[in-house]
Design a binder for this molecule. Structure first.
Ligand code: DGL
Length: 266
């Protein structure tokens, strides 16, 4: 048993969807969240830069005595997962948001066609396709960089004419017409999951990536005997640049009160 917090980080607010799922699956665990609002978006940045940011954030989370680190950003998971593990010299366990989803899809979607969407960085890395084909060669994939979604969501264009038009435009390409399932490869996207379901008229299984990661984390904590015995968990939310805007939209991603604190780690 270990009552130290779970450290979670993202380029900004998207990772709060993962924090929210973790809160639901493990209500007694304390969390420390870090959103790198000074450097977002990560989706268009070089792998080198994302690796540097991710290492510094991981160091910060270590100073908060986190018992495990969750990279709650697909772009950082794609580029920096191995580098962060090496940087921390395997002192503590690091979880990303890609491997748990790949394992789940490899197990459950044999002989199916799976669509993958994410930022330019994530899609260009081909990380989902590579890892999926290693685990299951009988899954067909098609992927698309949907760079506009994250900013659209942050602008609050959800469930309106703009979001419907953008969703329609992106998914009208031929490769996506016959998919059986869809991986939301960006932690912002759970906010438009219902709209994507509507677009596909519920004929495509839109995979609950945040829920899968939270369940994977729970199993991992139990396996390592790191799960908590406490009943009064704490929550801390840090950002690297403070804007009233971030405070305003954070509530859509995480159900509960969020008190943001500035952390000057650069
Ligand atoms: N939330 C990030 C992800 O999962 C994307 C947002 C960004 O570009 O910073 O990839």
């Amino acid at each position: 048993m270990n009552n130290n917090p779970i450290g979670i980080f993202d380029s900004g607010i998207g990772g709060l969807t993962v924090a929210n799922a973790i809160r639901q699956v493990m209500p007694n665990e304390s969390i420390v969240y870090f959103g790198d609002t000074a450097h977002l978006p990560y989706g268009d940045k070089s792998p080198e830069l994302i690796i540097n940011y991710s290492k510094s954030i991981s160091d910060f989370l270590l100073t908060k005595r986190c018992k495990i680190i969750v990279i709650a950003c697909n772009t950082a998971s794609a580029h920096a997962y191995e580098a962060v593990k090496k940087h921390l010299s395997h002192k503590i366990e690091v979880i990303d948001v890609i491997n748990p989803v790949v394992e789940y899809v490899a197990k459950n979607y044999s002989n199916k066609k799976v669509g993958i969407i994410g930022t330019k960085g994530t899609i260009q890395s081909n990380v989902y396709e590579k890892k999926l084909s290693q685990l299951n060669a009988n899954i067909q994939t098609t992927s698309l960089a949907t760079g506009l979604f994250a900013s659209m969501i942050e602008e609050g264009f959800i469930n309106n004419a703009v979001s419907k038009a953008v969703i329609k435009e992106y998914f009208s390409i031929p490769g996506f017409r016959d998919i059986d399932a869809l991986i939301l490869g960006c932690t912002h996207y759970p906010l438009i999951k219902d709209e994507i379901n509507d677009f596909f008229e519920d004929s495509v299984e839109v995979i609950d990536t945040a829920g899968i990661v939270a369940q994977y984390l729970k199993n991992k904590l139990i396996e390592l005997n790191l799960n908590t015995s406490q009943t009064k968990p704490s929550e801390e939310f840090y950002i690297s640049d403070s804007t009233p805007y971030f405070e305003k939209v954070a509530g859509a991603f995480f159900k509960g009160t969020i008190q943001l604190q500035m952390a000057s780690i650069w």
